[in-house]
Design a protein around this ligand. Structure first.
Ligand SMILES: Nc1ncnc2c1ncn2[C@@H]1O[C@H](COP(=O)(O)OP(=O)(O)OP(=O)(O)O)[C@@H](O)[C@H]1O
Ligand SMILES: [Mg+2]
Length: 249
């Protein structure tokens, strides 16, 4: 994975991905139906769709946090469907930066410790981990906050710490599940401007789930999911009303 990758190999290649969950009462509920799409290096993609439509389920498969029931999924050209949980953990740590709606920071650890976290498994010397974490905090404009606890920061600052953490391991892919969902619109726009910069200046591929069309407009491509089916995949339309909301067979 990585070095031998041809320039036009998709970062993500999903083919007929289906996902079902067992139900408590027995039987199973199918959540994703034949999801097929490729995402190429340097793309900035939004995923939209109503609550419960399967966005996070799809993102969890993309992020190797969960596996599909059927279909094939290649990450950087490598089929990861048959990998063991340990191998998947390595793939996640080395290739993907995660950003979540609720930030998921360790509340009792300093900002610097939080950013250093993904570097723990890299076998880097401590001085190098600190250097790298400081560099990332500078990138998100929080170099003066490294000794703070997350509870002492605003929501927007917490999300910037989470982004610094996601970037610390130097991933070429960022997955963000409603990264602005817990922020007011001003802070949300700041985070999006930052994503835009990461995408444009560092060529980082970004896939972001959002409920807001205004947020999706920062990206270059929209995938809309409805009841587990992809109903739209293309350029950001002029207005939200252009997105087919229902799935037509
Ligand atoms: N681990 C699980 N076990 C069983 N069912 C699940 C599991 N995860 C998700 N589901 C079900 O799959 C469906 C899709 O859920 P998902 O979280 O992907 O929706 P979503 O589009 O992200 O919604 P939201 O916008 O509310 O976050 C829902 O019906 C949900 O109950
Ligand atoms: Mg979700």
């Amino acid at each position: 994975m990585g070095a031998a990758m041809a320039k036009n190999t998709p970062v993500i290649s999903m083919h007929k991905i289906c996902k079902s969950f067992p139900m408590e009462m027995g039987g199973e509920q199918q959540v994703l139906f034949d999801n097929t799409f490729d995402i190429y290096p340097g793309e900035f993609v939004s995923i939209m769709g109503p609550s419960g439509s399967g966005k996070s389920t799809c993102m969890n498969i993309i992020g190797a946090l969960d596996t599909a029931t059927s279909g094939t999924y290649k990450l950087y050209g490598t089929d990861i469907t048959t990998m063991s949980p340990d191998e998947l953990a390595v793939v996640r740590n080395e290739h993907i930066g995660f950003v979540f709606q609720q930030f998921n920071l360790l509340p009792k650890r300093s900002v610097l410790d939080n950013v250093m976290l993904p570097l723990m498994y890299r076998g880097l010397p401590m001085t190098e981990r600190i250097r790298r974490a400081r560099e990332m905090l500078k990138l998100v404009g929080l170099e003066n906050f490294e000794t703070y606890l997350p509870t002492q920061l605003s929501g927007g600052m917490k999300q910037r710490v989470a982004i610094a953490r996601a970037l610390a391991g130097n991933p070429k892919l960022i997955l963000a599940d409603e990264p602005t969902g817990a922020l007011d619109s001003k802070m949300g726009n700041e985070i999006l401007q930052f994503f835009k910069k990461l995408n444009r200046d560092l060529g980082i591929t970004i896939i972001m789930i959002t409920h807001e069309f205004d947020i999706a407009m920062y990206s270059d491509r929209l995938i809309h999911i409805y009841d587990g089916h992809i109903t739209y995949d293309g350029k950001i339309p002029k207005s939200e009303s252009h997105i087919p909301k229902a799935y037509k067979k």
